[in-house]
Unconditional design. Sequence first.
Lengths: 139, 139
Amino acid sequence: MPDRPDLAAMMVRLSRALVAAERPVLEAHGVSMWGYIVLSALAEEPMRTQAALARAIGADKTRIIADLDDLQERGLIEREPDPADRRVRLLRLTAAGRELHAAVRGAIRAEEDRLMSDLPAADRRLFLQILQALDPGAP
Amino acid sequence: MPDRPDLAAMMVRLSRALVAAERPVLEAHGVSMWGYIVLSALAEEPMRTQAALARAIGADKTRIIADLDDLQERGLIEREPDPADRRVRLLRLTAAGRELHAAVRGAIRAEEDRLMSDLPAADRRLFLQILQALDPGAP
DNA sequence: GCTTACGATCTGCCTCCGCGTACGGTAAGT
DNA sequence: ACTTACCGTACGCGGAGGCAGATCGTAAGC
């Protein structure tokens, strides 16, 4: 293939399209992008400090405070001081948080499938597999 | 595959990694990201108006003016008023611009190949093919 | 000729984000 | 006890980018 667009250019365009497609889904569930990212991270595993969470999701540690406040007020996450070290706040999902995350995640999966609906199933599977292999944030 | 990261999340992470990897390449050639995007667009086809160029690359029409100024000053693009309609500026690469674009593009291709070096050749080919199929900016 | 529409440019406003700083609370080593 | 280091939080700065309006030159319809 002598002529193709730049890889980065394609990826950035595709990312934008994906994020744009997911915005309405998130809005429908009343979660911000960062909020959903936080829910996803905590759904995978609870965190012992906010700094660790920020590092895990690639955000500034001061940035996510407002989002954590919001999520906590809405009863989606718990943020209680560690009795063993009262500097740190133990972060985990509540039942409501887990439920909301599952719902949003399902809606997003559906949207993703819609965007990839032209692809043969085998191609789609391989595509996802390669993406995971290249993903710098996975392993 | 019951459990995988969100597609958008993976794509955004990968995009960031790609852009970060290409930044040094661009700097080595003295071009900004937008500058390179402009060169790429004009390498594909000359443009009759700056507004059309901005639309083509998904940028604000006022945003790219400074970049065009810079590229023009450095003799990489030509921006002459259309004799038939002196409102519009005909945009095209100069020989130097075409040459620089080819050089940067080559370096970026090499960098991309390096990042995908773990992938079997067949997977890589299919991956690129699928990306082009999904790319919203292609057709 | 006059009005309307359009291209390029400049300016200002707004948001988002990364980064650094500062401060109070707390732990741990000595 | 004292020092050092770390956590969470607040604040401000600066860059990047999207968006709107104003201006100027120009074109086209009437």
